[in-house]
Design a protein around this ligand. Structure first.
Ligand code: ZN
Length: 180
């Protein structure tokens, strides 16, 4: 975050205070995790995690990892993928993200092989990671978009690498261990 006038504290876990539809001050939820109701329009607003998809792309016993080009966690490793768009199926979102980041078409092996909660960014936003194993079916991967560099890694290297999020390390481990 740069070029801001004021540093404003923000909690990713406390209830919303103002209605996104009309800006009215919301009521205090009746119980923890409950919705904050708007006295003006009647809507209730909840804090929910954001679903994010990731791929362990495997080829010849190695998995593709990406060096992050931007904050948060710039310079650390993660896997191709990202946050889902509204209404998007996780598999479609993953195919889209990988095309944007690496310029290749992937095929997803099966259903999700990893589910995990994680925290994202300086504001501590909560995410839900949905991890798949995939392989490239068209094109040769080249870093673009959010990716600075790509590397193909073996299971033996896994423990020494600087992953931004532990669930990515586990997803690679699951995908590569399964291959053996
Ligand atoms: Zn409202």
């Amino acid at each position: 975050m740069t070029d801001v006038a004021q540093k404003v504290p923000f909690s990713a876990t406390e209830p919303y205070r103002f209605c996104p539809a009309d800006g009215a001050r919301l009521q205090v939820p009746r119980h923890e995790g409950g919705g904050a109701r708007c006295p003006f329009c009647g809507r209730s607003w909840y804090r929910n995690p954001a679903p994010a998809v990731g791929a362990a792309i495997v080829r010849d016993g190695r998995a593709l990892v990406a060096v992050r080009a931007h904050e948060p966690e710039k310079g650390r490793l993660d896997l191709p993928g990202g946050f889902l768009e509204v209404g998007e199926h996780p598999a479609d979102g993953l195919v889209r993200e990988v095309r944007e980041e690496l310029g290749v078409k992937i095929e997803i092996a099966s259903g999700p092989i990893l589910l995990a909660t994680f925290v994202y960014g300086a504001g501590g936003e909560y995410g839900l990671a949905i991890g798949f194993e995939a392989c490239i079916v068209e094109g040769e991967p080249r870093p673009a978009d959010d990716v600075a560099e790509i590397r193909w890694i073996s299971a033996a290297e896994l423990d020494d690498l600087d992953f931004a999020w532990e669930h990515d390390r586990e997803l690679v481990r699951m995908a590569l261990t399964k291959e053996e």
